[in-house]
Design a protein around this ligand. Structure first.
Ligand SMILES: Cc1cc2nc3c(=O)[nH]c(=O)nc-3n(C[C@H](O)[C@H](O)[C@H](O)COP(=O)(O)OP(=O)(O)OC[C@H]3O[C@@H](n4cnc5c(N)ncnc54)[C@H](O)[C@@H]3O)c2cc1C
Length: 414
């Protein structure tokens, strides 16, 4: 049989491409060597956010007396936290598997290799396809001296399998993964130190976001070092982590979260590459967008991709950062979240909405706030559709909400 489409990798990029192609009536063969759902569902977005939710609730309960709720004897059952995370992953995986089955997609559970633009080999057989999509994703990356041993020096996969909380941990890297795990561990009572090689925490973010994160880390008692590299780790019951500054940190565990390497050996002409394997923007929603572009021809614009760091408060942004703009070429807003009635009611006053505008258009937005992940989407819809600042002011935002902060922020642009 000749398949219309052969897809290697069943992460968000691969399964989205497969489901969309099947919906169009195309015959699809999908290869996966591990679990359906890829990194996102099994080792990334979903399990991390499930654990993070436990951490957030635990934190809120610890402060519940401020809300007039009397609590006593709050304690953490870490094993249950991890069990719940596993159950969520399993449930979502089963429903995805069912969707794939109902879509009549042929699934081959095996390592596959793409031979040429029409041939895939797996399990000693070859499969002929009119079109091939490679969506093989990415794996945790590391540096010399920081190699994972999965016991002491951990990857983002390994932390999801911990059965006990370490007393202390050093996290190398303050990208989204490093920051989210710093928040999780700190909430659970582990002493956390983050080491970042760049001059600012969360180096991909706007400068004001990085600065605010420092304040948040200080309040959440997360230690950090900026502008310092980890040069080597002496592994033992207590690891010694040598920094480029000459300082030596000590910790039971080290989490290395310094980026991801692509799972692909060579690129073949005529094959479509989508998702993390492109090594571009390694986010699940970007992978999904690319899949829809390849299969359905739905266009998308890379300038309007949201970035989100979860936890309390959330951090979200898109578009241009202030440090990249020429002085005098832009206006900026700075609305403090504490100004919003809703934030006071929710006891969630930390943060701001910073909108950057150029020639009346929204050029970028940087939000630190509860619900920032939803707020950023509103600004992306406006910016991508060229709804300018004045037009956006005509929109009625409900009260009391965080959304009305967008409305208020527009009036502070200068
Ligand atoms: C801890 C963590 C948290 C994250 N949180 C977020 C988040 O909150 N939001 C967000 O947008 N993104 C997040 N990400 C990133 C997100 O998980 C990835 O961008 C997304 O999974 C990429 O999807 P993909 O389909 O390109 O690749 P993957 O999800 O990596 O899937 C690729 C699949 O291909 C399979 N495969 C590889 N080679 C072969 C082969 N030769 N034969 C057969 N199968 C093969 C792999 O087993 C894998 O299942 C997170 C990542 C991590 C690690």
């Amino acid at each position: 049989m000749i398949y219309d489409i052969g897809i290697v990798g069943a992460g968000p990029a691969g399964y989205t491409a497969a489901l969309h192609a099947a919906k169009k009536g195309l015959s699809v063969v999908l290869f996966e060597r591990d679990c359906i759902g890829g990194v996102c569902l099994n080792r990334g977005c979903i399990p991390t956010k499930a654990v993070l939710h436990s951490a957030e609730v635990y934190n809120e309960l610890k402060c519940a007396e401020n809300l007039g709720i009397v609590t006593s004897d709050i304690s953490l059952d870490f094993q249950k936290v991890m069990e719940r995370k596993n159950q969520i992953v399993e449930k979502l995986r089963k429903s995805l598997e069912l969707m794939i089955k109902n879509s009549k997609i042929t699934v081959i559970k095996a390592e596959a290799s793409i031979k040429d633009k029409n041939t895939i080999a797996a399990n000693g057989e070859t499969y002929t396809c009119q079109k091939i999509i490679c969506a093989t994703g990415s794996e945790p990356g590391t540096f010399k001296g920081l190699e994972f041993d999965h016991e002491k020096v951990l990857s983002s996969d390994d932390v999801l399998n911990l059965t006990e909380l370490p007393k202390n941990i050093v996290i190398v890297g303050s990208g989204a993964i490093g920051v989210e795990w710093a928040r999780i561990f700190a909430s659970f009572g582990t002493e956390v130190t983050v080491v970042e090689a760049a001059e600012n925490l969360l180096p991909a973010a706007d400068i004001d976001v990085s600065k605010r994160l420092e304040r948040i880390f200080k309040t959440q008692k997360i230690n950090f070092h900026k502008g310092k590299c980890v040069e080597k780790i002496d592994r033992g019951d207590i690891c010694k982590i040598h920094l480029s500054s000459g300082e030596i940190l000590e910790a039971e565990k080290v989490l290395v979260a310094v980026g991801r390497k692509v799972s692909c050996k060579e690129c073949i002409d005529g094959v479509e590459y989508i998702g993390d394997v492109c090594g571009e923007i390694q986010l699940a929603h970007y992978a999904i967008k690319q899949a829809a572009a390849v299969v359905d021809g739905i266009p998308f614009d890379k300038n309007f991709i949201p970035s989100v760091v979860y936890g309390n408060p959330e951090i979200a942004w898109f578009g241009k950062r202030e440090q990249d703009l020429e002085k005098g070429s832009y206006q900026k807003s700075n609305l403090l979240i504490s100004a919003l009635g809703k934030s006071q009611c929710d006891n969630a006053v930390d943060g701001f909405i910073k909108i950057l505008s150029q020639d009346g258009q929204i050029a970028g937005a940087h939000i630190v706030s509860k619900e920032a992940s939803s707020l950023i989407q509103q600004l992306i819809i406006a910016a991508q559709n060229k709804i300018d600042v004045d037009k956006l002011k005509e929109v009625c935002f409900a009260h009391p909400t965080y959304s009305e902060g967008i409305f208020e922020a527009l009036f502070t642009l200068q």
